[in-house]
Design a protein around this ligand. Sequence first.
Ligand code: HEC
Ligand code: HEC
Length: 363
Amino acid sequence: MAALPVPAGPRQPIVAAELTAEQYRAIWLRNVYSRPPGDWPPPVVDPSVKWVELGLRPAMKHPTENPYSEEKAKLGRQLFFDPRLSGSKKITCATCHSPDSGWAIDWKTSFGSDPGVIGRNPPGLLNSGFSTHFFWDGRADSLEEQARKAILNREEMDATEKLVTRRLQDVAEYREKFKRIFGADRITLGDVAKALATFERTLVGGESRFDAFLKGNTIALSDEAVFGLHLFRTKAGCMNCHYGPNFSDNQFHDLGLSYFGRKLEDLGRYYVTGRPADVGRFKTPTLRNVARTAPYMHNGRFHLKGVLKMHNAGMPTLRRKEHQKDDPLFPTKSPLLRPLNLTNTELHDLKAFLESLSEPGLL
Ligand code: HEC
Ligand code: HEC
């Protein structure tokens, strides 16, 4: 019998005929991103940006002025859920930073102690120990300072120092715990804040699918999420601001959402520094757990799809009205933003990547 004819030319691998170009790309990108982050292709960012690669979170650092102890963290947790810390005695920190919603809240904007007062969306608290500035405008430089302000802030607990310390002092259990932990007979707002901050630094979620992928589980991300990761670092330009293990540069940017001169006006960082250049700038939030902390942006007016669509359009650009012609406070949108021309599929992939950043073990 004659031998079967061997086809001429180099042999093609059998899979070649069966894979689409898209599937090839998925395999190739997965291979690229399965290497350690240091070997990933460089991100597409403006030369002025001092980016740091995405990666696993380091261990949480506790400040030397407020070292960690388990008992202190437990006390902080108890205080976090205690309505004695609110002016009205009706709400707790968890009312607006609920463990079920990524330690944020599902409402458009939280109601505050006085409905109508609040204009800002409560951020999720997971990983907030990795931030260097707190509040959307960064008016607190530590979690301790933030916790003090949260108790006094009208938008949060709306209490006074006297009210809170007196109420706690009246409870024997608190008196004993504070004495044991801080060694003082009188409970101070500073020590309340220290306990709360210590607890907040323990709010680190478990391993997200992205973290598992970084640790070498190369199937922890779907193809879409791998595409999304690549887009995030390249064409979509997100790494201009959302970089490093916590997806934030800890800086402030104007994304065109100050509503300058309009009803919902919020000038952000400008309230803290008084610098005209800071008008409309807000803190870059972490994107870890972002799928859990809807709604979004400082004013809580957007959903995830909306945020992505706005980014795709380069974010809103405000135009000066006649009477604003020479207004030195007229905000300037960040030059790091531009229209992205992402297709609907690419926006879907980007969203799939963001969804892979959710961490289990929230409680
Ligand atoms: C009524 C709702 C509400 C309550 C109650 C509340 N917060 Fe907040 N929290 C907010 C809002 C709104 C913001 C953002 C305010 C801003 O940026 O000006 C915020 C911001 C924060 C931040 C800053 C996070 C970041 O990344 O910048 C921390 C931390 C925080 N709150 C902790 C607490 C603690 C601790 C308590 C209890 C003592 C508390 N909050 C009670 C609504 C609330
Ligand atoms: C110029 C810096 C910058 C770039 C580039 C940027 N962001 Fe942001 N991002 C921010 C800032 C600042 C905010 C908060 C803005 C505000 O509240 O007004 C934010 C908010 C967000 C939020 C809402 C998070 C929350 O908790 O409310 C999401 C989601 C987000 N960005 C995703 C992205 C994605 C995806 C990209 C890439 C397409 C991107 N960002 C590019 C700075 C940036």
